[in-house]
Every structure is written in C-alpha cells, then in structure tokens.
Design a protein around this ligand. Structure first.
Ligand code: ADP
Ligand code: MG
Length: 348
C-alpha cells in the first residue's frame, strides 16, 4: 500500500506531450450522444439539445489535498473524478462528461500517469461519463490535478442549496465520519513506517474507513432512488467539508434555521470503535470530518412516508425559522449552536 519506490520509470520527456496524451487517453470511448467531439481537437463539442448544462471544477494539489506516500495513484485518479461527479449529483443532474488536467514534476514517470489514468478510466466506466478533454503540463514541484465535470438536467429538476423551508426534514445518505478516521489511521501508519520501514500495517480492522478515505463513491444511486420514490428534495448539497459546514450552507442560502439531533447521526460501528481508540468524539468527527461525498438534503414532511425505513437514508433533523438559528440537539437534550468546522485548506 505504501508507495513502491522500485517501480519502473519511463521519463515523460522521452515521449513528448502529444504521444503522452494519446497514450494515456487511447482506451477511453465516448458513450453519450451528447459528446459530439471528445479529445483530439482544440475543444470538445457537446450537444444537450435544450437541456440545462451543469458544470463543476475542483483543483487538487499534492501536499494540500493528497499525500502520495499512502494514496495509490490509481485511487487518486478515481477519487479526483468522484469528488466532481458528486457535485453534479448534488444538483440532481446526470453527469455525462469530464475533463482532466494534470501537472507533474519530473519525479513522475509514464507508469505513474498510467496508474492515475487507470483510476480515471475506472470511474468513467462505473459512472458512465465520457472523458472529453484536458490539459497536460509540467510542474516545478509535485502533482496538481484539475477535473471538470459536466452534467445535464431539465431546468425543473435542478435542486439548489436555497429551497429549504421551515419544518422540512433534513436527510443524509449513508453514514458519516469514516473518511476522516480512515485518514487518521493512514497517517498513523505512515509515522510507524517512517520509524520502521519493515513494518507491515494491519489495516484489516479499519478496512471500511480506509476504503471510505481512499475510494469514495458519489451517490448517483441516491439520485436514482429519489426519482424512483418520487421525492424531489427542496434543497441539496454534497458533504465534502463536513456535515456542520454543509448544514450552515443550506441554512444560509435557504434563509432558515435547523435542529440537528445528535442521536440520529448515522455512524458505522467502525467509526465508533476507531473514534474511541483515537480518544476522539464520534459526533465531532461526523460534524467536522468531511470527504464523505454523501448527499444532504431537505424534503417536505409530506414525503416522509416515501423515504421512511430506507436503509440508505436517515432523517437527522428538521429546518426551523431562520431566527431560531442552527443547533445541534445533544443526547443530553442541550442545544449547541452549529459551527463550521470543516477542513479548510487555507487554515494551516
Ligand atoms: P492545446 O494545445 O490546444 O491545449 P493539447 O495538445 O493540450 O491542446 O490537447 C490536445 C487534445 O488532447 C485536446 O483535445 C485536449 O483536450 C486533450 N488532452 C490534453 N491533455 C489531456 C489530458 N490530460 N487528459 C485528457 N485529455 C487531454
Ligand atoms: Mg493543452
């Protein structure tokens, strides 16, 4: 799992930029009718025939957003795509195309980029999106990745952050806190490895949370589920920066308040046991951890029966009048104001 320093390394200069792009992208096929022209001209050409286009971009920087000493490049390629697709699904749109741009220093060889693109290809295949372009360049230090995801939706179906009303129910998909604790485990193993390179990390007990960190999924399935259940959320956002931060975005843009119930927050047993081991509070981790790429949304109370009992969806609170503010209602039934404690790449 830790970076293998002995793999073969073909220098990128020996190939040249055009041969490199061709080599990396040759196996990508276009599956959408809307992809009129993909890679190979000055720009891609798309046609959504009167539907609305939804676009989202992320920039990932080595040392800030990822650490290659424990993130395999294939996983990084996969995750770089997933985090963008998640934003498209959070608009209740269908993701259809991506562009991928990379800058690498001379530390990286062809084999490293092949690994990265294998992860990109896996995500494209699983989520049915076309790779239609990108850019490739060098950097003086480290790796930078920018992915743009493009999606499509009918105007009436698009869900913004702003539509929540007082008394709407607050719902989250999946469970929270896993990716953050998975990262803590990986960081700990990295320190052990530094001291004793011969050590073999035993990640078995942490498999679920390490996978949640290294190989997150975007909730395309939840978008399909909501459609099947005939539930249209009133507001929606994906959880990248932590539950509390995302709740505050919904509250601010919808001009409402919120009561979030501590005892309702969905936690995997591995999250509870690992939080105990690290002497951390699992509620705090669920509030501030981030990188779950779960969907957080509000629904009208009349839709409660349609989602009730679904194992992938948990009602964790309800919206209130704005003047009531946003609060966590603890197990002890005290009310604590929700603060944004999401991870901010500018904070350190
Ligand atoms: P330009 O000089 O106009 O930027 P490039 O030579 O960089 O053109 O790109 C040629 C084609 O290859 C374009 O279609 C571009 O979108 C695509 N491309 C370049 N780099 C990548 C990449 N890393 N991943 C996917 N497509 C790429
Ligand atoms: Mg270019």
């Amino acid at each position: 799992m830790l970076e293998d320093k002995n793999t073969q390394r073909t220098s990128l200069e020996s190939l040249g930029e055009f041969a490199l792009i061709k080599h990396l992208t040759q196996h990508f096929e276009l599956i959408h009718d809307s992809s009129l022209k993909g890679i190979g001209d000055d720009a891609a050409v798309l046609d959504f025939k009167g539907l609305k286009t939804v676009i989202s971009t992320d920039l990932l920087v080595e040392g800030v957003h990822f650490d290659l000493s424990y993130v395999p490049l294939k996983h990084l390629g996969y995750k770089s795509v997933i985090v963008n697709l998640s934003d498209i699904y959070a608009m209740n749109a269908k993701a259809t195309q991506i562009t991928v741009s990379v800058a690498v220093s001379n530390r990286f060889g062809l084999e490293a980029l092949e690994e990265f693109y294998a992860g990109v290809a896996m995500a494209c295949k699983l989520y049915e999106v076309d790779l239609v372009g990108g850019d490739t360049t060098s950097s003086t230090k480290g790796m930078l990745i920018s992915v743009t995801a493009i999606g499509v939706a009918e105007e009436k179906d698009i869900i913004y952050r702003k539509g929540a009303k007082p008394n709407d129910l607050l719902v989250v998909s999946g469970d929270l806190g896993g990716p953050y604790l998975g990262l803590q485990v990986l960081e700990r193993e990295k320190e052990v490895f530094k001291v004793n390179p011969a050590s073999q990390p035993d990640l078995e007990p942490y498999q679920y949370i390490v996978e949640r960190q290294l190989k997150p999924e975007a909730r395309k399935d939840i978008i399909a589920l909501l459609e099947k259940l005939d539930v249209k959320p009133t507001a929606m956002i994906d959880i990248s920066d932590g539950l509390s931060s995302e709740i505050l975005h919904l509250c601010e843009q919808s001009e409402v308040g919120c009561n979030l119930f501590e005892d309702k927050i969905p936690l995997d047993p591995t999250v509870i046991s690992t939080a105990e081991e690290f002497k951390m509070d699992s509620t705090m981790i669920a509030l501030s951890g981030g990188e779950e790429y779960e969907l957080l949304f509000t629904i009208d109370q009349k839709d409660f029966d349609k989602i009730k009992g679904n194992p992938d969806l948990t009602v964790i609170g309800h919206m209130t009048e704005k003047k009531e503010g946003a609060h966590l209602v603890t197990r002890a039934n005290t009310k604590i104001p929700i603060q944004a404690q999401g991870w901010n790449s500018f904070s350190e």
